[in-house]
Design a protein. Structure first.
Length: 259
């Protein structure tokens, strides 16, 4: 997609690592100006620096926690004032949580829903409104997961957050179509990123954690799928205005809900 995004402003959340970082780089290669957002300030700044080296005419790192509504409002105001209205928003920041439903505390449920669901809601509403008000179209991509439609006892809270992201993406897509704003939900199986290492295990001892990891691998794939291929799928979803995009082989073959 060389030059395909020339002149466009792309904002990616969770851009310090993994899929978000690869996506920021892919848009940079395609000529976009890039805003790299992450709660990891140093990581966001590093991604922006590399994005410029790769070919982005401009790139900025912004330290924001996507679950913090006021901080997201401030970010949107600052970006609009200093860089312009975002043409492509990628709501990608997310955290992992594995473990038994019955052993997951409400605090743990809240943490995962705050980031994976509320972070996406804030991004869609705040930046979506700016895009709609401008009246020149745009695109929103939300990183869901194969876990959004493939249930598993290993990931109850995470899967629930991602199923909600999938549904809100479809609803928003229906609402924004008449304003030429596309909405896509990207659904990868397991991808080779830091999330596997940072996923928390609710109420699991070492042996149970091993079992949960095995179960996750069996359903969603091994950890060898490169984040760059997910980034390619994200750019393609924008260019072709795709709705729901299963990315890895496991995601494409997922069983949907049990009947
Ligand atoms: P990652 O851990 O490598 O990157 C996630 C990034 O999000 C990190 O830089 C982290 O600092 C940032 N982040 C986390 N919480 C944040 C918050 N509240 N505010 C701002 N930034 C925050 O993981 P990844 O695999 O690249 O994950 C990206 C997205 O892809 C997530 O939504 C994840 O659920 C989804 N996903 C990942 C996989 C996989 O196997 N890696 C599979 C399907 C979906």
């Amino acid at each position: 997609y060389a030059e395909r995004f020339g002149g466009q402003l792309v904002l990616v959340t969770g851009a310090a690592s993994g899929i978000g970082r690869a996506t920021a780089f892919a848009f940079a290669e395609a000529g976009a100006r890039v805003v790299a957002v992450d709660r990891d300030a140093e990581g966001a700044a590093r991604t922006a620096e590399l994005a410029r080296l790769i070919g982005a005419p401009a790139a900025w790192g912004e330290a924001v926690d996507v679950s913090d509504e006021a901080a997201m409002e401030k970010l949107a105001d600052r970006v609009a004032a200093e860089y312009g209205i975002v043409d492509v928003l990628v709501n990608n920041a997310g955290i992992g949580l594995s473990g038994s439903f019955l052993e997951t505390t409400s605090e743990e449920w809240k943490q995962v829903l705050d980031v994976n669901l509320w972070g996406v809601i804030h991004g869609c509403r705040i930046f979506g409104k700016q895009m709609a008000d401008r009246g020149q179209g745009g695109h929103i991509v939300n990183t869901a997961s194969a876990a959004a439609f493939q249930p598993s006892r290993a990931l109850p809270a995470y899967s629930t957050s991602k199923a909600a992201v999938l549904m809100l993406s479809e609803c928003l897509r229906a609402e924004l179509a008449e304003r030429s704003i596309g909405v896509s939900a990207i659904c990868p199986g397991i991808v080779n990123t830091n999330i596997t290492a940072t996923t928390r295990f609710a109420g699991a001892d070492a042996a149970e954690e091993q079992r949960l990891r095995k179960r996750t691998t069996r359903l969603y794939g091994r950890r060898n799928y490169p984040p760059e291929k997910v980034a390619d799928a994200i750019l393609e979803a924008v260019v072709r205005n795709r709705a729901v995009v299963p990315v890895t082989p496991e995601a494409r073959g997922a069983r949907l809900l049990s009947r």
